[in-house]
Design a protein around this ligand. Structure first.
Ligand code: ZN
Length: 199
């Protein structure tokens, strides 16, 4: 990489550290960015910094948002008695895209994985339990992925929630095993939601 300027090498290195970006793609992106008007590159850099600086976790559901409370939690039309538990904000977005779910969410930001050393304290479970202690929640829909980690997390949550007497359901198996929610079409997502089973 020494035949490039060190600035280009640095940019390529930064880009290739992003998920799903190999060194070839990183090079292509770097050269594209450099070929653009300077103003465009500055806007890209500024929006990265602005997003990183201003985006935070919703105080209620832990999703990423610009405000203290996200638009879903602060929407009076949403049914606060139903909480769907998802692994990531991308999973939340997948269900939002269906436009059919009227409850609210709780974003864990990960799943329990003994293999990766991710335990219950490393995801936003404590925050979920605090929400459930308010007494307003009637159903917790566990919509973690159907991977080993997702299933482990679902089991853990159901055991945690059971003593509270709150109805706990798991989305149905319309979601393929190992499938990430964000890659699944809307019809399948809705079918999985409609066919949820009580744990
Ligand atoms: Zn929220």
């Amino acid at each position: 990489m020494d035949y490039f300027s060190s600035h280009i090498s640095d940019l390529v290195e930064q880009l290739s550290s992003l998920p799903g970006i190999g060194s070839k793609t990183a090079q292509r992106l770097a050269f594209f960015i450099i070929s653009q008007p300077e103003e465009k590159a500055k806007r890209l850099a500024a929006s990265i910094v602005a997003a990183r600086t201003n985006v935070r976790y919703c105080k209620c559901c832990c999703t990423l948002t610009d405000a203290e409370i996200c638009p879903i939690c602060s929407n009076p039309k949403r049914d606060k008695s139903t909480i769907m538990v998802v692994e990531t904000p991308r999973d939340l977005a997948a269900y939002e895209k269906t436009g059919k779910y009227e409850g609210v969410y709780h974003v864990l930001h990960g799943a329990i994985s003994p293999m990766l050393g991710i335990g219950p304290d490393d995801i936003r479970l404590k925050e979920l339990m605090t929400r459930l202690s308010s007494g307003d929640v009637q159903e917790v829909i566990i919509a973690t992925n159907s991977s080993l980690e997702g299933e482990t997390t679902a089991m853990y949550i159901s055991r945690l929630v059971k003593p509270t007497g709150i109805r706990t359901t798991r989305i149905a198996s319309g979601v393929p095993v190992g499938g990430d929610l964000e890659n699944i079409d809307e019809v399948t997502l809705l079918r999985a939601l409609d066919g949820r089973v009580v744990l």
